[in-house]
Ligand binder design. Structure first.
Ligand code: SF4
Ligand code: SF4
Length: 152
């Protein structure tokens, strides 16, 4: 499997660090749980998903919807809820961060569950957040043109 697809744990979380990570997670959660509904995945994707936590999806999908999203945007598991990826799409449009939806997010490393994402960024286990997206429309056009070219 190519490295860029797998969330390889470059620096293992030692039992000692895990304890510190739990403490950091406590402080991280004070903000991220009430504001984003953080599920403590330890590999934060918020900046790639227009600041909607994709881990609110019952299937915990990290690269787009499952295919069962209703025509009205409802979730196929909990019909009364909107699909998380439906929300991500519209929020990305609103915030002009659509080009980030074409980025392939790494396969989740379940060993990082319930660890502090902030600490994992600091320890270079995961990529840092992408704060600014410039020329979003042009980037989307370029991605689609590259894609079309690759198909021909
Ligand atoms: S750390 Fe994971 S679960 Fe928490 S907000 Fe970020 S993406 Fe969502
Ligand atoms: S419809 Fe959306 S939120 Fe529901 S399980 Fe599928 S991807 Fe997840």
């Amino acid at each position: 499997m190519p490295n860029e697809l797998a969330s390889l744990q470059k620096i293992p979380v030692t039992p000692r660090e895990r304890k510190f990570s739990r403490l950091m997670l406590f402080f991280e959660s004070l903000f991220k749980v009430p504001v984003f509904g953080c599920q403590h995945c330890g590999e934060c994707l918020l900046s790639s998903t227009a600041f909607v936590c994709c881990q609110g999806c019952p299937k915990r999908l990290r690269n787009g919807p499952c295919g069962g999203t209703g025509e009205d945007g409802s979730c196929e598991v909990y019909h009364e809820r909107k699909c998380v990826w439906y929300k991500i799409y519209y929020r990305s449009k609103l915030l002009k961060r659509m080009s980030l939806l074409y980025k392939l997010n790494k396969i989740h490393n379940w060993n990082l569950e319930n660890t502090s994402a902030w600490l994992n960024v600091f320890r270079k286990r995961i990529d840092g957040p992408i704060w600014f997206v410039h020329h979003d429309k042009q980037k989307v056009k370029d991605i689609l043109a590259d894609d079309a070219q690759a198909k021909n």
